[in-house]
Design a protein around this ligand. Structure first.
Ligand code: FAD
Ligand code: MG
Ligand code: MG
Ligand code: MG
Ligand code: MG
Length: 551
């Protein structure tokens, strides 16, 4: 172990795995992955670990299946059932990947090093800090809860982001009932104790509210009959509606169901302050009001982690909300650094920025004009590089490029069309309006991890045989297709064995049948047979015996 600058110790590098030959290990490029969440774990599961020296760094030595976290808050599913140790995942790949349980505290892109700090007590010099070198860095540290600097939130609200949070909420709910039932409390105090407030009407807040309602009405009402009529659940949402990321029909159904269930919806209110038993909020016209509460869960949004904010400042992305990458998930202007999942946003290049190049690319005969055939021949490559073109055609119900040209030029006959650059610009003038940011979901994170792993797996191959079997596309500039998100649909569990599902093509289904779809999709998405078996047995146990209310 060699000491290096600033009392830090080059720790991870000094450890060589006796199983791998030193010469072979030395020639392999070092890939360092930060994070064991959806993005990082999917990358690690799919990367070919015989090609690289892979090291994973995360303060959490397990992967957590976050879509089932709301179920953990009420004991529908046990915490153990939704986590998988990262070492187990690594071992399945032949044990060539190393894992260090530590937090990355600083990224140094100039020297290609990350500074790490472990919370485990060690004999390392400098407070458990160590350095790890990389050739390629995959940043997948996710996001943190955003309190929007609202006073009192950190001190008094629960969050719902990690497994520990869900466990704390479960204990909090049961403690509230035990407290409310104590003798000598006055009615007002019992009511206050049993007022559960959820801040944020997004998917997490809504699902938690629904779970809590079911837990109380199906299980706790029987155990605490004297106080169960004092319970109140409120959802406070800044916007005009809940579940705005879903189709309007789903939001409407959810609002109606909540009203029937007696869950109070306060839309159009922004929480401005939280004290130990009062939540203060303002409505749209800045009129202040407040409610007393017993327990509050804050799920109003996410923000960038300090390490990402710090890194963005270093590389001149200071004013952004998340790390910007190109469509190959490379951090802009930062050699060998990739970012995936909630910590990153992929910026889609605009057609208008490259319009001259696209024109030249399509103009195969260098005539200075484009025929319909020339455009059609180039269209596939253009759509791969600029998916917004395809989306635009689809969302405007145009069958092909001819429709687009017709729309821009007025009605013209197919064969005779020849466009000059100005006319080509006009035809494509609105396609960039289809560029949208990808949502911060597990689905995006996992697809990005998967995509990046497949790029890494082919990188060596492409270096060796640059002209290889992979066709050079993307206007000749890149050998890999850019990342493209495929939306497979989204669920919103609404309680009472009813779920809303929004599937591709805006196919909406609400009710008991989608609940069964939800069960089967979530069972199939589990990372191991062990967690799958545990989750299914938890569901079965809940059906037969109800949820456990001891804590
Ligand atoms: P995360 O999964 O958050 O992982 C980040 C990892 O980085 C963690 O292992 C963390 O410990 C580690 N880390 C943090 N800081 C550092 C550091 N400094 N150095 C090294 N490692 C670090 N999405 C859906 O698509 N469908 C759903 O139904 C759904 N339900 C959800 C329910 C809840 C309650 C929550 C909280 C989220 C839900 N999501 C859902 C969103 C989904 O969980 C996230 O989009 C997803 O986890 C993002 O993956 P990620 O890998 O970017 O980040
Ligand atoms: Mg991750
Ligand atoms: Mg995760
Ligand atoms: Mg993202
Ligand atoms: Mg031409």
């Amino acid at each position: 172990v060699a000491a290096s600058g600033g009392g830090l110790v080059a720790y991870a590098d000094a450890r060589t795995d006796p199983a791998t030959e030193p010469s072979q290990a030395a020639t392999k490029k070092k890939v360092v992955v930060l994070g064991t969440g959806w993005a990082g774990t999917t990358f690690v599961r799919n990367v070919d670990s015989s090609l690289y020296d892979v090291q994973v760094i995360s303060p959490r030595n397990y992967f957590a299946f976050t879509p089932l976290l709301p179920s953990v808050t009420c004991g529908t599913v046990e915490p153990r059932s939704i986590v998988e140790p990262i070492r187990k995942i690594i071992r399945k790949k032949g044990g060539e990947i190393k894992f260090w349980e530590a937090e990355c505290v600083k990224i140094d892109p100039d020297n290609k090093k990350v500074h790490c700090q472990t919370n485990i007590r060690t004999n390392l010099e400098g407070n458990g800090e160590f350095l790890v070198d990389y050739d390629y860095l995959v940043i997948a540290v996710g996001a943190r809860v955003n309190t929007f600097n609202t006073p009192g939130v950190v001190q008094h609200c629960h969050f719902l982001k990690e497994v520990e949070d869900a466990q704390k909420i479960r204990k909090g709910v049961i403690d509230s009932f035990e407290r409310a039932i104590l003798p000598d409390l006055d009615e007002e105090e019992r009511k206050r104790t049993l007022h559960f407030v959820i801040v944020g009407g997004g998917p997490t807040g809504v699902e938690f509210a629904a779970e809590l309602h079911d837990f109380i009405s199906e299980d706790l009402a029987k155990l605490y009959p004297t106080v169960c009529n004092l319970v109140k659940i409120s959802v406070i949402e800044h916007g005009g509606h809940i579940l705005t990321m879903f189709d309007k029909r789903i939001g409407k159904f959810a609002e109606e169901k909540f009203r029937r269930d007696g869950i109070e919806l306060r839309t159009g209110y922004r929480v401005v302050k939280v004290s130990d038993n009062i939540i203060t909020m303002k409505d749209k016209s800045h009129v202040e009001s407040s409610v007393s509460y017993g327990m509050a869960v804050w799920s109003a949004g996410i923000g960038a982690r300090p390490i990402i904010l710090d890194f963005m400042k270093q590389i001149g992305q200071g004013s952004r909300r998340a790390l910007a990458t190109d469509e190959w998930l490379r951090v802009r202007e930062c050699d060998g650094v990739y970012a995936i999942g909630d910590c990153a946003t992929m910026s889609q290049r605009k057609v208008m920025e490259d319009i001259l190049e696209i024109f030249k690319f399509a103009d195969k005969d260098n005539s200075g004009t484009l025929t319909v055939k020339e455009i059609n021949d180039a269209l596939e490559d253009i759509c791969i590089r600029y998916p917004q073109v395809e989306l635009y055609l689809k969302s405007n119900q145009m069958s092909d490029i001819v429709d687009l040209i017709k729309a821009s030029k007025g009605d013209v006959r197919k064969e005779s069309v020849e466009l000059d650059i100005e006319e080509f610009k006009n035809a494509l003038a609105y396609v960039d309006s289809e560029v949208k940011n990808l949502p911060a979901t597990a689905q995006v994170a996992a697809q990005q991890g998967n995509y990046l792993a497949s790029c890494f797996n082919r990188m060596k191959h492409c270096e060796k045989k640059p002209e290889g079997p992979l066709r050079i596309r993307e206007l000749g500039r890149h050998r890999f297709r850019p990342f493209r998100y495929k939306h497979l649909g989204q669920f919103a569990p609404l309680g009472g064995e009813q779920t809303a599902a929004q599937l591709p093509g805006d196919w909406i289904s609400i009710g008991h049948s989608s609940q069964w779809l939800w069960y089967s999709v979530y069972a199939s998405k589990q990372v191991s047979w062990r967690t799958r078996a545990l989750v299914i047995s938890d569901w079965t146990r809940r059906f037969i015996h109800g949820r456990d209310s001891s804590c």
